[in-house]
Design a protein around this ligand. Sequence first.
Ligand code: NI
Length: 165
Amino acid sequence: MAYIQIKTYPDPILRKACEPIESITGETVILCNNMVETMRLAQGAGLAANQVGVSSRVAVLDPRTKKESKPIILINPVIVEQDSEEISEEGCLSLPRFYEYIKRAKKVLVRGINIDGEPFEMECEGFLARAIQHELDHLNGLLLIDRLSPVKKDLFKKKYMKDRK
Ligand code: NI
């Protein structure tokens, strides 16, 4: 496994919708393993493939519960049902040191395929449901700043670009 440098805003790859995985190859498995390693080393809750420079619909999540510590690998994930709303604070490895309260569905049902190419379905809520929605946004070329009001987004851009100088 290897750590891959995480792309940060405003890298254009983060703004491009990712392509579906047609078939799982050795390369896909290596990508997933490297993404899990990178997520853990960066202490993130999740990571999307475009954050490590690969424009494919692959995301990894760290469930962060006492019961479950195995990473979740989602290939071609789609949210098929969602319920209720909840506002909570979010951050992103591609937006270092930026945190904001974002409204998301509280519960989601997600479908996709797993690393063995088998259909995968997962129902979850709270932290994990939020992480899934965040990673799916990444796969669609969206960042959490796109969930802000236009005024807040504008403020973010000014401050973030100034801090980078
Ligand atoms: Ni993120």
